[in-house]
Design a protein around this ligand. Structure first.
Ligand SMILES: Nc1nc2c(ncn2[C@@H]2O[C@H](COP(=O)(O)OP(=O)(O)OP(=O)(O)O)[C@@H](O)[C@H]2O)c(=O)[nH]1
Ligand SMILES: [Mg+2]
Length: 477
């Protein structure tokens, strides 16, 4: 940045000198015809014999060289000029240094002109210094439009960069989900130099800085440090090791032993082992205990989810395709939660989930009855939580996932409309009917959730695609 600032600074001198030289050339043509400069023409006619072009051109070259030597080389120190732009630590964006240095630069140019004028007073140096004086004086004049143009570029660039940054920030912080308490807030609280602040935006000092009580934390784009600032949940105040990024939230529902946890572990397990279908640089579980759950699951052990469970399964996806981390939240819950026997009904994700997965075990005793009562238990809580009455349709899409696809049965191998119709004919009529009345978008899938055979991730991809989420690319379809 320091180099860029310096380059733009020096370029300004050079750019201003170009029109100054052109006008000087024209001026020298006039000067050579008036007193006392005709003597130069006389001298030329007598001794040199150059034509008019060279007589006008040579002083321009002298003037230009004099101006450059004075303004850009170490000569500038002798004449008390300012050869460097302001400290780029204060002005991280290249043009800001120039913009803020307008007066410095103008002063510099005036001093150059002044020195040239002083030398001109000594008559003997007129042929050498007059061109320098003329070029310098004109460069001072031309520096103004050049600086105005640079400032215009700077302001336009600043505006665009700030708008992009603002948009990215709004988009990425529109929903912060706390990995600890599972509650959502519009954005996390950021730790800036020991001070907790709740909002950030690009500063007047530059798009690379945060404008708050501190101006030290860069925030712009992928190189920005905002997403790396320590964040905490405004609700429970616990520190969150997540990086800023729009999350994707899935709520699990379904009867006991219907395969909710298996589905979550199958999806997150494959997400991690396939590195987000090869599209992520790293994927990992946020909570360490979910790593051991995954190991158990892989060895064929999937314990019933305790009623007290409230921690979301959070898979953190880092990908060069996105400027910030992407977090997949899957809220698993005990099947008992839907029986009415459990009092704890704080399921904050119901307010902000992007999709709902309802698992159904077609191989248990009375599968339709079991699924039906679990669904009623779920929908009552969901409507109650969101204060929706029974006549209102829910716009969040619901995905019915029939598990145990590895076991032969009337529903195995079916999907979509075929599965839906078979279910409607095969004892699940009430369930299908109620679900379609409650939700405006319902899809039907079947998979073997006890394995990582790609069937769960295929469902997950369809879920992401159906909701228009960019998470779809992390799952094999
Ligand atoms: N064969 C087979 N077994 C499955 C499948 N899905 C789940 N299971 C088994 O069914 C049992 C219960 O699965 P879970 O995933 O724990 O069910 P759950 O819905 O989370 O149950 P709760 O947490 O008690 O509500 C586990 O032993 C799983 O291994 C499947 O697709 N095929
Ligand atoms: Mg479970």
């Amino acid at each position: 940045m320091r180099r860029l600032n310096k380059a733009v600074w020096r370029l300004t001198f050079l750019i201003a000198a170009i029109p100054a030289c052109a006008v000087s050339y024209w001026l020298f043509g006039i000067l050579l015809t008036v007193f006392p400069f005709e003597y130069i023409v006389d001298l030329n006619d007598e001794f040199l014999g150059l034509d008019m072009f060279w007589l006008q051109f040579i002083p321009v070259v002298f003037g230009f060289l004099g101006f450059i030597v004075n303004s850009l080389t170490s000569m500038s120190e002798v004449f008390d000029l300012v050869p460097e732009p302001s400290d780029p630590k204060d002005f991280p964006v290249p043009f800001i240094g120039i913009s803020k240095g307008v007066f410095e630069m103008f002063r510099t140019m005036l001093i150059i002109t002044g020195w040239m004028g002083i030398f001109c007073i000594l008559l003997i140096t007129i042929p050498l210094c007059l061109p320098g004086f003329v070029v310098s004086a004109l460069s001072v004049l031309f520096a103004f439009p050049v600086l105005a143009a640079i400032d215009a570029v700077y302001f336009a660039a600043m505006h665009i960069a700030k708008a992009v940054d603002r948009r990215q920030y709004d988009r990425n912080t529109v929903c912060f989900v706390c990995p600890e308490c599972g509650k959502t807030s519009p954005r996390p609280v950021y730790d800036i130099d020991g001070l907790w602040v709740s909002g950030l935006r690009p500063s007047a000092k530059g798009v690379l800085s945060v404008e708050m009580e501190s101006s030290t934390s860069p925030c712009f784009g992928s190189k920005g440090g905002r997403k790396d600032l320590q964040q905490s949940c405004p609700e429970c105040e616990s520190l969150a090791a997540t990086k800023e990024g729009r999350p994707f939230v899935v709520s699990m529902a379904g009867a006991k032993s219907s395969g909710k946890t298996s589905f979550v572990l199958s999806v997150t397990g494959e997400l991690i082992s396939s590195s987000g279908n090869g599209n992520a640089s790293a994927v990992r579980n946020y909570h360490f205990e979910h790593d051991s759950d995954l190991l158990d699951y892989r060895s064929g052990l999937c314990r019933p989810t305790p009623e007290s469970n409230w921690k979301p399964h959070l898979a953190m996806i880092e990908s060069a395709r996105f400027v910030t981390c992407r977090n997949l939240y899957m809220f698993d819950v005990s099947g008992k939660f839907f029986t009415g026997a459990v009092e704890t009904d704080i399921q904050p994700q119901y307010a902000f989930n992007d999709a709902i997965v309802f698992t159904l075990d077609p191989t248990c005793a009375d599968p339709a009855g079991v699924a039906n009562s679990a669904y009623i238990g779920f929908i009552e809580k969901y409507r109650q939580f969101n204060r929706l009455d029974a006549s209102e349709r829910i716009s969040v899409p619901l995905f019915v996932v029939v598990t145990r696809a590895d076991k032969k049965g009337p529903l195995s191998g079916l999907e979509g409309k075929e599965l839906r119709d078979r279910m409607a004919e095969d004892g699940y009529f009430n369930l299908v009917n109620t679900i379609e009345r409650d939700f405006s978008s319902v899809s039907f899938f079947s998979c073997a959730t006890n394995k990582e055979d790609g069937s769960s991730t295929r469902v997950m991809k369809r879920i992401c695609d159906a909701t228009g989420s960019e998470f779809g690319q992390f799952f094999k379809g």
